[in-house]
Design a protein around this ligand. Structure first.
Ligand code: PSV
Ligand code: MN
Ligand code: MN
Length: 429
């Protein structure tokens, strides 16, 4: 296997921190044992937890005002894969990459699949892009894609999604994520009902092309690029569309795609209740679709989302198979560092949710003992689970302190020598 970070560096680092880790892990084991929790069982649960990374997240993002390239930034899917393999090598949490087309287009997808496998990576959901015009397209998406009035634009968008499914088959994916920016900027610009009709008709053609074991994940977003109305603006629209399309259509929740203060954890419970919870794009936000690092603003919300997921897993209604992915934009950090940090934060919330004493929680709920129900969540949230994650990571071949080893490896500096500079204004997203 082709591993970008030196095995000796990792071994030395882990050996130097073995005693500290053992001390912290044993102390936490004793604390958890007092509540009847076996730390090794929790650690084994973490070993099965993974979250995908987006190929576009490996590049420096930007805002609509500017993009500031960094030396050593990846310039194509091959370099993005290499960066993603660093994240997985150090964290052992991110073994799959989610590609985006046409950004990640190549001529030979079997070769790309092999290239990823050699780096220890597989493929997650395939993402289509009908929110930008590309050179050579016959129809513009300026007035929408799947919901456009222009039948040519709709047909082109359908065809692109079907091509993404075909690429995904070659890569070994089994989900297609569809996010469209279709919507309006002025009252009266489009008829709300007729634009949804057009979306549903076009989406059903994509749905019809899905292989039996595939899912179509519908990603809603409240606003941007449309600022007055968006066709699939919220979980209600997403749910209704998924219901109309059929059982293989599910809803994808991007944490940043809601109005401020919306109760996202309740949305998770609702979607699960009706068998439509398809997956997540993890990120954080303060104002809108900010794409900030997961848990950087509201880690408690992320914990509450995972608490609902733990409840859902314990009470599956049909299938429980949510896909987890990071979807962030890194404007002021090295994307590898941000995704390492986010993957750990996401896994931390997963572990904390696993530590909730559900018997006490449910008992308090039954007795209407609000304070004790809240304390059942609070006790788990307050536990520092870092030693569990570090032990699971090291046992899987990852590293104790991911950021320290990443910096010591001087990976980015080495890439800055090897890779051609990304021009100003060039954007991955
Ligand atoms: C646009 O809001 C967006 O950030 C969505 O979250 C998609 O998942 C992503 O771009 C990639 O298309
Ligand atoms: Mn997203
Ligand atoms: Mn977004």
């Amino acid at each position: 296997m082709n591993r970008p970070i030196s095995a000796e560096l990792i071994e030395e680092h882990n050996a130097a921190h073995a005693d500290i880790l053992a001390e912290d892990y044993d102390a936490l084991a004793r604390k958890l044992a007092r509540s009847g929790v076996d730390i090794d069982a929790i650690k084994d649960r973490v070993a099965g937890f993974t979250v995908a990374v987006p190929s576009w997240g490996a590049g420096r993002g930007g805002t609509r005002f500017a993009k500031f390239p960094i030396p050593g930034e990846p310039t194509n899917i091959h370099e993005k894969l290499e960066d993603c393999s660093v994240i997985n090598q150090l964290s052992r949490l991110t073994p799959r990459v989610s590609p985006h087309f046409p950004w990640d287009k190549v001529s030979d997808y079997q070769a790309l699949r092999d290239e990823a496998a050699a780096l220890g990576l597989g493929w997650d959901a395939v993402n289509s892009n009908t929110f930008q015009d590309q050179v050579g397209l016959a129809h513009s998406y300026a007035n929408g894609s799947l919901a456009a009035q222009d039948a040519g634009a709709r047909a082109q968008a359908v065809e692109h999604n079907i091509e993404c499914i075909e690429i995904g088959r070659q890569l070994g994916s089994s989900d297609l994520t569809v996010w469209v920016g279709d919507g309006t900027n002025f009252p009266g610009q489009q008829d709300f009902t007729r634009s949804l009709d057009r979306y549903l008709e076009a989406a059903s053609q994509i749905y019809a092309a899905l292989p039996d074991d595939w899912r179509m994940l519908l990603e809603h977003k409240m606003f941007e690029p449309a600022f007055y109305s968006t066709v699939i603006s919220d979980w209600g629209s997403s749910f209704l569309a998924a219901q109309e399309l059929g059982p293989k259509a599910k809803c994808l929740v991007d944490l940043g795609h809601h109005a401020p203060n919306v109760n996202i954890e309740q949305i998770v419970a609702r979607l699960h209740r009706f068998g439509k919870l398809g997956g997540f794009h993890f990120n954080d936000s303060k104002y809108g679709d900010d794409d900030l690092d997961s848990g950087s603003i509201n880690p408690h919300q992320l914990f509450l989302v995972f608490n609902e997921l733990a409840e859902a897993e314990a009470n599956p209604r049909g299938e429980f198979r949510p896909s987890y992915m990071i979807d962030q934009s890194h404007n002021v950090t090295d994307p590898i560092e941000s995704m390492l940090s986010s993957a750990e934060t996401i896994a931390q919330c997963f572990v904390k949710a696993s530590l909730v004493d559900r018997v006490s929680l449910h008992d308090a709920q039954e007795r209407n003992d609000t304070m004790m129900a809240f304390q059942a969540l609070r006790r788990a949230y307050n536990i520092d689970v870092a030693p569990i994650l570090a032990r699971a990571r090291v046992e899987a071949g990852g590293v104790y302190d991911m950021l320290a080893v990443y910096r010591q490896s001087r990976y980015r500096d080495r890439k800055a020598q090897e890779r051609k500079p990304v021009g100003l204004g060039a954007g991955i997203v």
